[in-house]
Design a protein around this ligand. Structure first.
Ligand code: NDP
Length: 292
């Protein structure tokens, strides 16, 4: 009986994607729940490629409280939300849903997670800095508003398809709360990126194929932070390229943990400590690398 009462009082959350078996989110949120003494039940949920909305709605109707959304459903989650946070609105994509009565609130915590990892964990300020953002896909779009809120001196968005970088610049310029600071944003082709940068963020998926966006090595100095949103047991091709030109390097594992912490805070009203979770995940990655 007491088990049943316990199970009934644990609020239920899921991460939905396709595929989903690889997701680290259940382990991250279980650790956050321990650290904050919150009782939650967090599982993986595979949605059919043509059944995202139905999967979300039946989870909500069964009493679920919130959902994390991963590839390939972030745009469908944006469409399903009945209310959006400003950063989700700016991103045009949603990675977190919270159910509040009839309301489905959509948020995008990826960019906030990126900024937290750079500013808090790496100790690198963005304010007044020259920032280069490589890529103009979903992750870059999610990073746009949180990066600009940090008031960099310059934000250059470079992408293989330059028109997509130009779209992001337009988005920043049209977004009312950014009026006054959006003028620092410009677009570029990879080959036209010029000068040295304080922070270079790789938000392309080139690393998935062990590729490097074709930018000049002259963008790096010994003081540059080169950040790849992708993470793994070993540095990505982009991080190896940056390190070979003296830059400091950091991968996206901290972003993964920080975006989860922001989602946890949205659901539970308490921001968990992230350092122990990041240390545990890093340790597991390194252990796997050593044993392979
Ligand atoms: P999208 O598919 O939305 O965008 C991909 C981007 O990469 C586009 O700008 C695309 O350019 C560019 N691109 C793809 N291949 C190449 C290449 N060979 N050379 C140069 N540019 C290329 O992906 P996402 O934005 O969702 O994800 C991007 C990366 O961010 C992934 O590595 C993903 O794993 C990572 N990520 C990490 C997160 C974390 O928590 N750490 C969270 C979210 C994402 P074009 O427009 O020309 O096609």
């Amino acid at each position: 009986m007491s088990t049943l009462i316990g199970a009934a009082t644990a609020d239920r959350y899921v991460v939905i994607g396709n595929p989903i078996a690889h997701s680290k989110s259940p382990a991250i949120h279980a650790h956050f729940a321990l650290l904050t003494a919150q009782q939650i039940d967090y599982q993986r949920l595979l949605a059919p490629l043509d059944g995202f909305a139905q999967t979300v709605l039946s989870f909500r109707n069964s009493g679920g409280k919130g959902v994390n959304v991963t590839v390939p459903f972030k745009l469908e989650a944006f469409a399903l939300a009945t209310q959006l946070t400003p950063r989700a609105q700016a991103a045009g994509a949603v990675n977190t849903l919270k159910f509040e009565g009839a309301v489905i609130l959509g948020d995008n915590t990826d960019g906030q997670g990126l900024v937290a990892d750079i500013v808090r964990n790496a100790g690198v300020t963005l304010q007044g800095k020259r920032v280069l953002l490589l890529g103009a896909g979903g992750a870059a779009r999610g990073a746009l508003l949180p990066l600009l809120e940090q008031q960099p001196a310059q934000l250059v968005i470079a992408n293989r398809t330059v028109a997509r970088a130009e779209e992001l610049v337009l988005l920043a310029h049209q977004y009312e709360p950014l009026a006054g600071i959006a003028s620092v944003v410009t677009s570029s082709a990879f080959s036209d990126v010029d000068g040295e940068f304080d922070i270079v963020i790789n938000a392309t998926s080139a690393s998935l194929h062990d590729d490097v966006p074709p930018v000049s090595s002259g963008i790096f100095t010994a003081n540059t932070l080169a950040y790849d949103m992708m993470y793994g047991a070993a540095p990505t091709a982009f991080l190896r390229f940056a390190a070979s030109h003296e830059a400091q390097i950091r991968d996206g594992l901290g972003m993964l943990v920080e975006q989860a912490a922001v989602a946890f805070a949205l659901w539970r009203g308490v921001l968990p400590e992230t350092a122990p979770v990041l240390a545990e995940l890093r340790g597991a990655l390194l252990a796997r690398a050593r044993s392979s």
